[in-house]
Write a protein that binds this ligand. Structure first.
Ligand code: NAD
Length: 182
């Protein structure tokens, strides 16, 4: 294994919020570098995954730069999903620089990685009852401004720039009236 100790955080980052920032800080206390793996990279323009992989990378890099979280110690990668869960750990490794530990609270990710012999740690959660991608996307769709409290300033700027609420409303309209104008 590498001499540089790396911890990997895997997530969809739809969008990148203060909980993710909190975990990156934890990882950097315990490792030399952090790898941020943007999962489900192929998904975008859906209610659960409104942002493209490129937009998510942009959001993550902007937050790291702004908060001086250690851009020089962070590597952001994108990882598309695959059909076969059992070989996903090898797939993840093939997209990433070498790493020592994966940080996740996702039960499926934990099981797959542990079965493949990869060390997994469960990071502490930050305001989990509020600070989650699901809540933030729900507030955005409703037009409830409280989502702004739970994301870094850079995420606010980028989501406003992308007109993400309009995108979510368009996607909802598409579900309600698939394929038609009438
Ligand atoms: P997520 O964005 O919901 O969460 C990522 C991580 O962020 C969590 O595990 C948690 O550790 C942390 N986090 C979230 N909220 C937090 C908070 N408030 N405070 C502190 N930490 C917080 O992403 P996810 O769904 O766990 O991402 C897993 C990715 O792996 C997905 O893209 C999934 O598709 C992919 N995956 C793919 C396969 C496959 O392709 N077969 C298999 C397994 C997983």
């Amino acid at each position: 294994m590498t001499h540089t100790k790396r911890g990997l955080l895997v997530g969809r980052f739809q969008p990148f919020h203060k909980g993710h920032e909190y975990v990156i800080n934890q990882i950097l206390k315990e490792n030399d570098e952090v790898i941020i793996a943007v999962g489900s990279a192929q998904l975008s323009y859906t209610l659960e995954n409104p942002l493209t992989a490129g937009e998510r990378v942009y959001m993550i890099q902007s937050a790291l730069k702004q908060r001086k979280l250690g851009l020089d110690k962070a590597i952001t990668i994108t990882v598309p999903d695959i059909q076969y869960n059992s070989v996903w750990p090898t797939h993840l490794k093939s997209y990433s620089p070498p790493f020592n530990t994966v940080y996740t609270n996702n039960p499926l990710v934990t099981a797959l990685l542990k079965d493949a012999g990869i060390t997994v740690k469960h990071p502490k959660l930050y305001m989990r009852n509020k600070c989650s991608g699901t809540n933030i996307r729900r507030w955005l769709l409703k037009g409830d401004p409280q989502w702004r409290k739970y994301v870094p300033d850079t995420t606010i700027t980028i989501l406003d720039e992308l007109k993400i609420r309009e995108r979510l409303l368009t996607i909802t309209a598409q579900y309600e009236n698939p394929g038609g104008r009438d």
